[in-house]
Design a protein around this ligand. Sequence first.
Ligand code: C2O
Ligand code: CU
Length: 484
Amino acid sequence: RAAVLAAVTAVAAAACGAIPSTSPVRDQDFSAELTVPPLAESRVEDGVRVFELTAQQGRTSFLPGTMTTTWGFDGSYLGPTLRAERGERVAVEVTNGLTEATSVHWHGMHLPAEMDGGPHQPVEPGATWRPSWEIDQPAATLWYHPHPHGQTEEHVYRGLAGLFLLDDDASRAASLPSEYGVDDVPVIVQDKTLDEDGELDLDSDGNAVGLHGDLVMANGTVGAYHAVTTERVRLRLLNGSTARTYAFGFEDRTFDLVGTDGGLLARPVRTDGVRLSPGERAEIVVEMRPGETVRLRSADPDLGGVAAPFAFGGNDAFDVLELRAAAELAPSPEPRWAHHDTGPDEAAATVTRTFELQDREINGRRMDMSRIDETVTVGETEIWEVRNRHPVPHSFHVHDVQFEVASIDGAQPPPELAGRKDTIYLEPNRTYRLVMRFEDYADPDVPYMYHCHMLLHEDEGMMGQFVVVEPGQEAGSPPAHHGH
Ligand code: C2O
Ligand code: CU
């Protein structure tokens, strides 16, 4: 299996430039304490929980003695963690303090298209945009990031991103580590390249997938450690990179995978690795022994096919985050929660659509903001059959919904793809059947996006638009785009 993939990879490398698996990562000494993004403050006004976010430019020190120009929300890099309850109504006042237009998309959120923050909701410099919606989905680790037309890669790479955590009764009743920043720790993994002046290098050097930086960081901290004080620690992993795919694990232990993009799995799954392409999340619970030090690593993701084991001791593997256990650890219970249903049923599907990904096109077309590619009827369950026809990996992200992976090349998906997902990695030459249900929020004029989440590909046009309409209604036309 690995040999076949290696052969495919070699062909791709010849045809379209280097493949990420060979991009080296610099060694670090893991002596900097992990930065934990602060929880965002909010106020409650007329029953609405209101957050404020301001996108701004600043300076960040990724390496000792080096200052880098970066972008962040309410700070110089990344943004605060927003947190809200299922059933709550929220609003976010997004102010653009940059000198160019941007947008803020709520990745993984079920919400009306005009609140989605995609390319049709640009926020001009100096302007404030105030989307508001009701949280109507299970507890999950979601995130937010810009989505301006053609410039998503650059805006995310410069540092605009943050987490959006959702809670509900089931997540609170679950036996899971839950003290934010202590034993429930956000880990936003990203890679960068700095030039001689310490500034961000945006050049992907012809890599077919996009920029692969040699500096790997967690929450903006290069070579980070986290001091563990409990027997178990929950890591909320987000691949916040623009192109690099990771396969996370440890050299000497398995762990419990407890959640994926859209929330908790039906039950915890014991595993040795979890592969995350850009935009994907996983919640894992790691057991620690008193006084020990272990490192979260990333193996070469392109060597592990669907459900293949990864080599965390291999030459291509690199360290991401050190976990340092105190001499005495407070007890934490085993992960457990009441079994729940995770998603829509393939048998209920009434519509099947196919999406072929090749070069930078989906179904032979590049993104056009004035064209609606797909019209979905509200309340329907659909199968989206996504085919990667390209010898390089891609990914597929759908706005508004969480889907189930029904099958991959006709076979059952591995456990890490068995929960609610909004983004998946597409291995070359495979077909993925996704089941999703479009619950509500019909609006014929404002589209949602689906796209490759390797952001260079997205910016180059590997994206399409769908609208959700009432039964019998036709798609309208997207509102004129206010250019920048
Ligand atoms: Cu994370 Cu369309 O984006
Ligand atoms: Cu792609």
